[in-house]
Design a protein around this ligand. Structure first.
Ligand code: ADP
Length: 376
């Protein structure tokens, strides 16, 4: 129930409760000490008699003691009046304190209410516009700053989601359009030769394979959560194996691939890491020039595995280096498509490396090629 009450009322109730506890304590203490004082005032002093037969000058006077008397009627009335008055003042203090708290908290919460109204007016269309941060260096300014940061991130996420849906739709539409056109043309003729059947089947197979691959890649991007990442993996051995697998592709383009550095074991999922490094090395060969080179290096960076894959290829423009990890993003669309890539390779690499609590970045190396740095 308390959750449904506004902060203003909650603050008032809390301050009233605090005031009640303090005032009741104070009233009790005041009444006890007032009663004690009245008892002392009303007590009769008793002075013991001096013995006459002794030399009175040499004697020290005996201590005076007080005899408590039962309170008189007037005293009882005064005590009761004091009790009632102190209770009345206590109630007055509590009521005034509660009222002041209600008023002051209402004033203090005005900026919060204004901020809440501004937040309510945020929609998907104005998420990138920052709310004005108050000049006061207080919690409201902090909250506004955090809200601005969050809505900027949301705006980025929405933009990315939009790009993703557009690209996915485009990628899926292309093979479907080809298939539909081919089938329509085929249907226009009544009779077909065996060669025409073969050609149609070959087109259907190529494009359905492409569609299946695309759908599998998309599913893989989102289905990695359940996989175990606790195997011990020798990075250098894994990279050497992948280089062997890709040797025919490298030979085709006369590209030399080298693996150097130290042995480094990292915990992870072998098949996922194999896939990530396979994609990176395959790209380093694909986007390379004839007689180019790919240098792979493994290092131990303060306990973490550090892998660099550097090539002598075409490189990636600096302004696009962040974007290439987005699904379906390709620098040169026609060239990548020729190589059969849908632009999901690096997005998969990023997802896999992040699943291993690592990071992947790209930069341009000294010969203008790309250098991917992976930290796990
Ligand atoms: P694709 O399937 O098209 O290769 P990726 O996600 O693997 O998709 O790569 C995205 C884009 O990044 C590629 O289309 C290419 O333009 C660029 N790219 C990736 N790796 C390299 C590289 N080593 N050198 C130059 N460009 C690269």
């Amino acid at each position: 129930m308390l959750k449904k009450i506004s902060i203003r009322v909650r603050l008032t109730v809390l301050s009233i409760l605090t005031l009640i506890v303090c005032c009741v304590g104070l009233t009790i203490i005041l009444n006890i000490s007032a009663n004690r004082m009245a008892d002392v005032i009303e007590a009769t002093p008793i002075i013991p008699a001096l013995e006459i037969n002794k030399e009175s000058t040499a004697q020290t006077p005996p201590p005076i003691s007080m005899i408590p008397l039962s309170p008189s009627k007037e005293s009882q009335i005064a005590r009761t009046n004091f009790l009632y008055q102190s209770i009345l003042y206590m109630l007055l203090v509590v009521a005034t304190g509660g009222g002041i708290t209600y008023f002051v908290s209402g004033k203090a919460l005005v900026p919060l209410r204004e901020l809440s109204n501004q937040m309510k007016n945020r929609t998907i269309h104005n998420l990138s516009e920052d709310l004005p941060v108050p000049v006061s260096n207080d919690e409201i300014a902090d909250l506004t700053g955090s809200f601005n940061q969050m809505s900027n991130k949301l705006d980025e996420a929405f933009a990315m989601q939009k790009r993703f849906s557009q690209s996915a739709a485009h990628e899926l539409r292309t093979p479907l359009t080809v298939l539909k056109t081919k089938v329509d043309v085929f249907n226009k003729k009544k009779e077909h030769t065996a060669d025409e059947y073969d050609k149609l089947l070959s087109v259907i197979t190529t494009h359905t394979d492409r569609l299946a691959e695309l759908v599998m890649d998309l599913l893989d991007l989102t289905n990695m959560d359940a996989l175990d990442c606790n195997e011990q993996i020798e990075l250098k051995a894994l990279l050497s194996d992948i280089t062997q697998e890709l040797a025919p592709l490298a030979w085709e383009k006369n590209i030399v691939v080298t693996v150097e550095g130290t042995e480094k074991d990292v915990p992870g999922n072998k098949s996922l890491l194999h896939r990530a490094f396979y994609n990176l090395i395959e790209n380093a060969i694909n986007y390379n020039t004839e007689y180019g080179e790919v240098h792979i290096r493994v290092e131990d960076a303060s306990g973490q595995g550090l892998v660099t894959i550097s090539d002598t290829g075409i490189g990636i423009p600096t302004e696009l280096q962040e974007l290439i990890f987005e699904p379906f993003f390709r620098v040169d669309k026609s060239r990548s498509r020729q190589m059969g890539g849908a632009g999901l390779g690096l997005a998969t690499v990023k997802t896999i490396i992040e699943k291993h609590n690592g990071s992947v970045t790209v930069s341009t190396n000294e010969v203008g090629g790309s250098c991917f740095t992976i930290q796990i």
